[in-house]
Ligand binder design. Sequence first.
Ligand code: SAM
Ligand code: SF4
Length: 322
Amino acid sequence: MKDIYQRKIDYLRLSLTDRCQLRCHYCMPDEGVEWTPLDQLLSFAEIKSIVQTFAELGVSKLKLTGGEPLLRPNIVTLISELKAIKGIEEVTLTTNGVQLAEMIDELVEAGLDGVNISLDTLDENRYTLLTRRNKLDAVLTGLERAIKSKIKQVKINCVLAEEINKDEILAIAQLAKNSRVHVRFIEYMPIGAPKPLTPISEEYVRQLLSQHYGPVKPYDIKLGNGPARYDEIAGFQGKIGFISAVSHHFCDTCNRVRITSDGFLKTCLYFNKGVDIKSAIKAGNLQECILEALQQKPKQHRFSSNDEYGSREKKSMVQIGG
Ligand code: SAM
Ligand code: SF4
């Protein structure tokens, strides 16, 4: 399926819940988030019907997100059912990693192809300040178990910002040297944070890495679903990726749409536009509704613009799914 700018859409990010055990500063406020009532979350039957319809339209890659997707009861069963849908080639998950250690084996058994673990700091105090919860040990154990498990791909998502982790870039990159993980440095996006953070450029990171580890060379083989650009460094087991949505926007190759946990189809992270997909299921016109929404997919986001565009997204990242 293609949008009006001829971009091929083959990747769906689906949020399973807007709840989370952590409270990362850049993603959500500590208090005051209104959770979606549980009975308004998409049911498994609705999720399967949505994924089936997207698969018929050409989507082959699915990312489960949240909130924290591992908090959704029976997610293991859901994954095996989604993997069985014709046309779905890859089901992956992005998680804070808190419950990963105890779940990784059954997730792999269910057919999960890859896991992205969010990890912005290796320092316990800093982690606790950033996420407002003391869970670093559990996350590191989850990461270790994922690396040792049979899962095909393990990635670390690290949001970089001056205020968070500028002095830890090398330590975090080192994880890709010592183990089979790809480390992706994500530029902070101005969604959800009460006060803006100062991004760190990928050029700065590359220079720092090359000073310490030698040449950092572009790695042209595709490693994931989306916009990350990867580099390789001799002696590293994993690659180093960059997702710089603001400074190096990749809108012209955007291949994705998103569905929130309460069933709102978003065609761009930045804008609040979209359609209520639950009503479409009830009305029996899901496919038409998706195709119509796709025609509205904007050409590009406006993160770097200072104007107050009327339909700028006001939801927190936790409510959207990242
Ligand atoms: N709880 C899961 C996790 O942390 O991976 C899944 C949901 S989380 C919203 C998905 C991703 O969005 C995480 O990697 C997180 O670091 C990222 N994220 C959240 N807020 C962000 C922001 N303002 N800018 C850039 N990335 C953000
Ligand atoms: Fe939770 Fe993930 Fe948002 Fe952190 S980034 S608050 S772990 S949803």
